[in-house]
Design a binder for this molecule. Structure first.
Ligand code: FAD
Ligand code: SF4
Length: 470
């Protein structure tokens, strides 16, 4: 038992779940990690020291009750663990898979100092996957329904987080999304090797049973107007994400063979899921030399999708060094294992080619003085230009907000960088300048993480309930 072995962390080292064979990882769009079995989950969870003031909980953006549910796993109490885990997180099985744990909960684990952090992410995924497989469902028996209903625009993690808290408090959420499945970037962005899509299908079924209503294939502003929504519902939450692609601003970006990251990833998902409307949307890199520009999660996903499509070579050029990459360390390591070549300290200055892309001209950089965010600015070294040969270039420089044309007429203000304003100075949490409209996730904070979007959606739900006085 837990009490008679406080030194489990020394006897039992950190063990990540096994990864699938390289043959599978280089060709198939399936998750690369095997699931934990009960013994592994229990013995890994048992390594937790139950720190009195757990840093992991503070560092986790939704403040999960981590040591408490680790204890429940080590005791084999999966249903209780699932109940507890859902008190703070609306999509724990998703966060367990895609959070950059090395920078969040596991980075803050006391054992991270030499012994190896507790495998918190995999434990979180294990709880919900196992509970669902055993027939567990969120307990809605004590919910008393109010007469209020709230429209939610966007079925991404922010919208779903908001809807989850509302429905558990008896407020009816009706979720609108322009896409044919829920999840936002979880479905139409993040590839299957990090997150298989049946995870979201299962979630949609569970959420529907809990009382959420989904109106998919419905774009607000085209298929239904904001006017109609404001008339019919007691309040609105917007979690519409950020979808304006950042450009490099260098010559050659319009050459055939140069693509933005998201259309490439989404076309790949659409083909795998059978959502493809027109085969010409698909961007094939089979047999081609691919250069990916960028160093975040999106760039890693482009790299690894290209490997699986059968590219001849995949080179990722990033303008800072490996230490300063913004993406998850785990996924960079996975990309390397799968055969991606990394070129650090390379800044693209032009895409070259006659009537289609032939290469990317880069200069070598060194890190100079820190910028206003404290990150050291890459500075080009004179005379270091070289051309990386390429048949396809994928640009993954990030996203900016995409304010809807109808924001103005409904008094929803955006800041100078385009993010919807929902500041703390408002009367209710995440309320916009239109008192009836709330917002959260990427469209408010700028593109960030799944778990921060969930948090803001959940917090906004609290704001909405205060506003509705329920
Ligand atoms: P979104 O997920 O973008 O959802 C917005 C939803 O709103 C979409 O479904 C959209 O269709 C819908 N919508 C927009 N406008 C309308 C309208 N007018 N009418 C109806 N519906 C509308 N984060 C991580 O934590 N880990 C990762 O590994 C990770 N990998 C990523 C990989 C890629 C390729 C990308 C692009 C992002 C990644 N992220 C990752 C970031 C993460 O996906 C986002 O931060 C998160 O999804 C934001 O959630 P959201 O709910 O704010 O917006
Ligand atoms: Fe860690 Fe993310 Fe889970 Fe929080 S939600 S415990 S940060 S994996």
């Amino acid at each position: 038992g837990r009490l008679n072995n406080n030194f489990q962390f020394i006897d039992v080292g950190r063990q990540d779940p096994a990864k699938k064979d390289m043959e599978v990882r280089q060709h198939e769009f399936v998750e690369i990690y095997e699931p934990f079995d009960q013994d592994q989950a229990a013995s890994q969870s048992h390594r937790c020291l139950s720190c009195g003031n757990p840093y992991c909980e503070w560092k986790c953006p939704v403040h999960n009750f981590i040591p408490n549910w680790l204890k429940l796993i080590s005791e084999g109490n999966i249903f209780e663990a699932a109940e507890l885990s859902h008190q703070t997180n609306s999509l724990p099985e998703v966060c367990g898979r895609v959070c950059p744990q090395d920078r969040l909960c596991e980075g803050a684990c006391t054992l991270n100092d030499g012994f190896g952090a507790v495998t918190i992410g995999n434990a979180e995924k294990y709880i919900t996957d196992t509970a669902f497989a055993m027939g567990w469902k969120p307990d809605m028996s004590k919910v008393t329904w109010t007469d209020k209903k709230v429209a939610i625009i966007g079925a991404g993690p922010a919208g779903l987080g908001c809807a989850d808290v509302l429905v558990r408090n008896g407020v009816k959420p009706v979720v609108f999304d322009r896409y044919p499945e829920i999840g936002g970037l979880l479905t139409f962005g993040i590839p299957e090797f990090k997150l298989e899509k049946n995870v979201l299908t299962r979630r949609r079924e569970i959420f529907t049973e809990m009382g959420m209503e989904f109106r998919l294939n419905t774009e607000v502003g085209t298929d239904i107007t904001m006017d109609e929504i404001l008339k019919e519902y007691d309040a609105v939450f917007m979690g519409m994400g950020t979808y304006t692609y950042m450009k490099g601003g260098f010559p050659g970006e319009d050459l055939p063979g140069v693509h933005d990251a998201l259309p490439f990833l989404v076309a790949n998902v659409n083909r795998n899921l059978g959502f493809e409307k027109d085969p010409s949307e698909f961007i094939s890199v089979k047999g081609k030399r691919v250069v990916v520009l960028g160093g975040g999660d999106t760039a890693m996903d482009c790299n690894r999708t290209s490997i699986r499509q059968g590219a001849e070579s995949v080179t990722c050029a990033y303008r800072r060094d490996e230490e300063n990459m913004p993406g998850s360390r785990r996924e960079v390591a996975n990309a390397k294992e799968e055969g991606v070549q990394f070129l650090f300290n390379r800044q693209p200055v032009a895409i070259v080619g006659e009537d289609k892309v032939e290469g990317v001209k880069v200069v070598t950089t060194e890190l100079g003085e820190p910028d206003e965010n404290g990150r050291r600015r890459p500075e080009p070294i004179p005379g270091s230009e070289e051309v990386l040969p390429a048949d396809v270039v994928l640009i993954a420089f990030g996203f900016r907000p995409s304010p809807a044309p109808w924001f103005d007429e409904h008094g929803i203000t955006v800041s100078d960088w385009g993010g919807v304003e929902a500041p703390e100075t408002q009367q209710y949490k995440f309320q916009t300048s239109n008192p009836k409209v709330f917002a959260g996730g990427d469209m408010v904070r700028g593109s960030d993480l799944v778990v921060t979007a969930i948090w803001e959606g959940r917090e906004a739900a609290e704001g909405i309930m205060d506003y509705l006085e329920v």
